[in-house]
Design a binder for this molecule. Structure first.
Ligand code: GLY
Length: 367
């Protein structure tokens, strides 16, 4: 059991990582919390976990309401948000009421945005249930919903009062979802921690082993906390390094059609694409890709190639519309070496086109 502290002055909070849910919840709701009211927001995939949380809170005297939504990215919309406001009103939520988001990234973003805006902002407790949410989306304060024209176009910064990571929740997570979360873990190694990356390459293939999971979750949360502490509102460019592989990934998700790939799967391919781009700029070593990054991603059952039916033109035009670009000029996060990336790198479109046209095959495969 460990605690990662996120230092953000008056918005500081702890991330509790471990297996004792009751004890970790009691940090926020000690026995006899009679007047506390918690609205738990979850989806069908995490309902049993939310019911467990609700029963533990009720044991300590907390008044709860459980709102269970259908699962899926399409819930991150105004209609569902509006339903959440209705639920909070019916619950007679006031400034003291707490929203607890029990679920993956969609629930965290959506419930978080409801908490950020209801009554001009009420407290939010993140209780992530997927690996991706544990290592990435539950920490950092970005919350929001999608607009039909773009993902996360409507949102806010609203730091949680705490994050409670109960590792046993991962036991019910399907393998594919679990491996998708591992892509973001590899990302932390690539962007800021070479030793951690090397450790991952020697950790074996039993990724669901309890000791390994605890180490990867704690290390990832520590790194996410470091970045967020130094660039809470994404103003000095540091937070941008978290987008390593993501400009490619968003284009891949769009072109493949949402729902075809899981987010982490697209990020895995995106990281390979960013590395191959960096090789063409003489920034990065091809050997590191073919002998280290690719075998690691493959051990996690993550994809590493672009499919032939994803058109290069469509991928490129989607990348050019990425909101991180300035005046349509492609800007990417590219690696210098494992553990070090640079953000906002202006990249020639023709070079990216060449990389995409190879479908990301290595030099020995291209002949
Ligand atoms: N909620 C995810 C982030 O702030 O990065």
């Amino acid at each position: 059991m460990s605690i990662v502290h996120v230092h953000l002055g008056p918005r500081s909070y702890n991330i509790h990582i471990g297996c004792n849910l009751e004890e970790n919840l009691a940090q926020y709701f000690p026995a006899g919390s009679r007047s506390a009211k918690v609205c738990l927001i979850t989806d069908q995939n995490s309902k049993v976990h939310a019911q467990l949380v609700a029963s533990l809170l009720e044991k300590n005297g907390v008044i709860t309401r459980l709102v269970c939504l259908p699962a899926g990215e399409d819930q991150k919309c105004l209609a569902t948000l509006s339903r959440l406001y209705d639920e909070l009103v019916e619950f007679k939520a006031d400034r003291q009421t707490i929203v607890a988001a029990v679920g993956g990234g969609v629930i965290g973003d959506l419930a978080g945005f409801a908490a950020a805006t209801f009554n001009r902002g009420i407290r939010l407790l993140m209780i992530p249930t997927t690996l991706l949410a544990m290592v990435d989306s539950s920490v950092g304060g970005k919350v929001g919903i999608n607009h039909p024209k773009g993902k996360n176009l409507i949102g806010a910064f609203h730091q949680p009062m705490g994050v409670v990571i109960h590792l046993p929740f991962l036991q019910t997570l399907p393998d594919r979802e679990f491996c998708s979360g591992l892509a973001e873990v590899v990302k932390y190694g690539m962007i800021m921690d070479e030793a951690f990356f090397r450790w991952l390459t020697h950790a074996g293939t039993d990724w669901r082993n309890t000791t390994i999971v605890e180490h990867i979750v704690e290390t990832s949360c520590r790194h996410k906390a470091t970045v967020v502490q130094e660039d809470e509102y994404e103003t000095n460019g540091l937070r941008a390094i978290l987008n390593f592989g993501h400009t490619f990934a968003h284009a891949i998700e769009t072109v493949a059609g949402y729902g075809t790939l899981l987010h982490g799967e697209a990020v895995a391919i995106g990281m390979v694409a960013a590395c191959r781009t960096a090789v063409r700029m003489n920034w990065f070593s091809e050997r590191e890709i073919d002998e280290c990054l690719i075998p690691l991603l493959q051990s996690m059952h993550l994809p590493i190639r672009l499919q032939n039916n994803w058109s290069v033109d469509s991928l490129l035009s989607t990348m050019k519309h990425d909101k991180k670009n300035i005046h349509g000029q492609l800007r990417l996060v590219l690696p210098r070496w494992i553990g070090k990336v640079e953000s906002g790198v202006e990249v020639d479109e023709g070079l990216v086109r060449e990389v995409l046209a190879t479908r990301l095959a290595g030099p020995h495969e291209l002949g």
